[in-house]
Design a protein around this ligand. Structure first.
Ligand SMILES: Cc1cc2nc3c(=O)[nH]c(=O)nc-3n(C[C@H](O)[C@H](O)[C@H](O)COP(=O)(O)OP(=O)(O)OC[C@H]3O[C@@H](n4cnc5c(N)ncnc54)[C@H](O)[C@@H]3O)c2cc1C
Length: 387
């Protein structure tokens, strides 16, 4: 496909990451995945490639590239191993939140070290009681002079053990009506009362940890409030999730591309009834449908990235991209497995990993059921605006 216009520097970065994925990631991903081993060396290499600073402006030591380039880099990483793309997803959302909302003291404190990957960030929204209904969250941060005292728990928090800073969504005013006006985001570092209570076992997305967090009278200085004002956290996070959903869509494109490439190759190598299986019409139809869905997924993802780069609200476009690309990815991975026959079910090939990784994109950064709500609400709102 024709790629969007990238600057010379952006194209070079995508090319370098593609080579990194082919030369360093793909040869080792299967073993790391099966060992559920944290990919320390690969993460270090991603740091030196500048991957953790992609969305951070150059004035804070980042690379300051377009969201389009960010999406293409994410796609490449996920094509190699989705866990690597996950390792920089939440981090990039937190970076975007800091860039957009500050305050400046927090920008200067975190962004330069986040740009190099020295400090990695994660975001903690989901609670054991639920992730979709964020307004019902129960974690509280009550102000006591110059500090907040945090109590509650979070779950499924990616990178929790390796994160130097956690963007914690919590209620600073549990009585607020509507509830979202009582939600704030605090930047939390490790300290007394903040613990990782459990690492969760999961179907795929191995190597990178997903954890439960516990806060018991954990104290955080009032200056760690994102944006400097209470009650802004819900709206701030909705903006952050626009980037997050583009990132998840790009991950889906990357996994789907890997599955499609494997299926296309295998369909030419494998013979049945005296000819390569791609010459059987059923298999040929699978390939055609997979390629079509993959192409559409990438275009939708890049379209959402463009809207974000134009500084426009893009919850509709990001929602559509994430919804379509993740469902397409699931289907493409399933079809890749069918094309591989029994080998698709074997842990000696990568196809089974793509199939296990694909469902996460349906769940993460807002489930696809929630995204349908977001999309339809925004369709109606935009229609009203045009009357
Ligand atoms: C591997 C992994 C990594 C994750 N990483 C993070 C992370 O780093 N940080 C973080 O905060 N969270 C993270 N999550 C959590 C994820 O964001 C949540 O799982 C997700 O938001 C859904 O929340 P839930 O699991 O509590 O489902 P629930 O909210 O309990 O929903 C259950 C089901 O009901 C449906 N549903 C709920 N409400 C509605 C509605 N109004 N309309 C239609 N359907 C509805 C949902 O779509 C879903 O199908 C991660 C999850 C996984 C699996």
């Amino acid at each position: 496909m024709t790629l969007p216009d990238l600057t010379f520097e952006e194209q070079a970065i995508v090319d370098v990451v593609r080579d990194f994925v082919d030369e360093r990631v793909r040869p080792v991903a299967r073993d790391l995945e099966h060992a559920d081993a944290y990919p320390e060396e690969l993460i270090d290499q991603m740091k030196s490639l500048g991957v953790f600073g992609l969305v951070i402006p150059t004035e804070y030591g980042g690379v300051g590239l377009s969201t389009t380039c960010f999406a293409l880099v994410t796609e490449e990483l996920a094509r190699g191993w989705m866990s690597l793309a996950g390792a920089m997803g939440g981090h990039s959302v937190v970076a975007r939140l800091l860039v957009r909302y500050g305050p400046d003291e927090l920008r200067r404190r975190y962004l330069p070290r986040m740009a190099t990957g020295e400090v990695r960030a994660t975001m903690a929204l989901t609670e054991p009681g639920g992730g979709s209904d964020l307004q019902a969250m129960r974690t509280t941060a009550m102000k006591n002079e110059d500090r907040y005292v945090v109590n509650g728990s979070k779950t499924w928090i990616t990178n929790a053990e390796h994160a130097g800073v956690t963007a914690l969504m919590c209620k600073t005013d549990p009585q607020a009506d509507p509830p979202y006006r009582g939600i704030s985001i605090l930047l939390c570092e490790s300290g007394p009362g903040f613990s990782i209570s459990r690492s969760l076992s999961k179907l795929g997305y191995k190597g990178v940890e997903s954890c439960e967090l516990s806060f018991e009278d954990y104290e955080v200085p009032a200056g760690m409030l994102l944006g400097g004002e209470e009650g802004e956290g819900f709206v701030q996070m909705m903006h952050g999730l626009e980037l997050g959903r583009i990132q998840v869509a790009a991950r889906a494109v990357g996994v789907a591309k890997a599955a499609f490439d494997a299926a296309l190759r295998y369909s030419q190598e494998r013979t049945a009834f005296g000819k390569p299986i791609h010459e059987h019409q059923s298999i040929a139809n699978y390939l055609a449908d997979m390629a079509t869905k993959l192409h559409a997924s990438r275009l939708l993802t890049l379209d959402a990235a463009r809207v974000l780069d134009e500084g426009r609200r893009c919850d509709l476009e990001a929602g559509i991209a994430k919804l379509f690309a993740s469902e397409a990815c699931m289907q493409i991975c399933m079809d890749a497995m069918r094309i591989h026959g029994a080998y698709g079910y074997s842990t000696e090939l990568d196809v089974e990993r793509y199939f296990r990784d694909a469902p996460l994109m349906i769940i993460g950064e807002g489930t696809n059921e929630i995204l349908r709500n977001v999309i339809s609400r925004e369709l109606v709102r935009r229609d009203g605006m045009e009357d």
